[in-house]
Design a protein around this ligand. Structure first.
Ligand code: AMP
Length: 215
């Protein structure tokens, strides 16, 4: 199964991708997570990406496409996956299509997560991440047992720099300008599946499951 999770930042793409992985024995590939790991390892790619990420801007398409070519078609590439946070622009989607053509592969579906803008801002500014193990919490609907402390490893919970309000608003603007046009781009493929994503993580997952079971 090859899926794309599409939707604004904070729609719950990562959370839902993880749930699908638990049920369907597939893997989640998150460009945001890969980039954050590069940043914390202080690699050349990480240094280049950090200046964009801190502002909520997108890392240049050619950097992302090179990285994803290796990940999806290089040695040890998985046979099925859920793409979370990629493609993020029309040129990235065109680049991905070219790679699928070259390798004679294709996508199964593009899940579009629909959430109102105000809910997104509320959700993202309430997000906290463990500094140590990277587990994600939400003060609104998935709080830790003890404030500021990770349930899993006891690490300190922090707000990601790009979850600060000003950056969240910029990320949403970038989404509307750069990523939303992908819905039109994929329209003709017949693979777009819209999913109401305003409920609890469990309710949203039930909606997604219904789509997956009818693919
Ligand atoms: P995310 O965790 O998906 O919200 O990504 C965090 C940040 O990483 C984004 O705000 C971008 O700066 C960068 N990023 C992640 N995926 C991409 C992508 N496909 N294209 C460009 N930049 C990306």
């Amino acid at each position: 199964m090859k899926l794309i999770m599409l939707g604004p930042p904070g729609a719950g793409k990562g959370t839902q991708a993880q749930k699908i992985c638990d049920d369907y024995d597939t893997v989640q590939i998150s460009t945001g997570d890969i980039l954050r790991a590069e940043v914390s390892n202080n690699t050349e790619l990480g240094k280049k990406a950090k200046e964009y990420m801190d502002k909520g801007d997108l890392v240049p398409d050619e950097v992302i496409l090179g990285m994803m070519d290796k990940k999806l078609f290089g040695d040890n590439a998985p046979s099925g996956y859920i793409l979370d946070g990629f493609p993020r622009t029309v040129p990235q989607a065109e680049g991905l299509d070219k790679l699928y053509d070259q390798h004679d592969e294709e996508l199964d579906a593009i899940i579009v997560m629909e959430v109102d803008r105000d809910i997104i801002v509320e959700r993202l500014t309430a997000r906290r991440t463990c500094k140590n193990c990277k587990k994600v919490y939400n003060l609104l609907f998935m709080p830790p047992e003890e404030e500021g402390v990770c349930d899993e490893c006891g690490g300190e919970l922090v707000q990601r720099d790009d979850d600060k309000k000003e950056t969240v608003l910029n990320r949403l603007k970038v989404y509307e300008e750069e990523t939303e046009p992908l819905i039109d781009y994929y329209k003709g493929s017949g693979k777009i599946k819209h999913v109401d994503s305003e409920g609890t993580p469990e309710e949203v997952y039930a909606n997604i499951k219904e789509v997956l079971e009818n693919l």
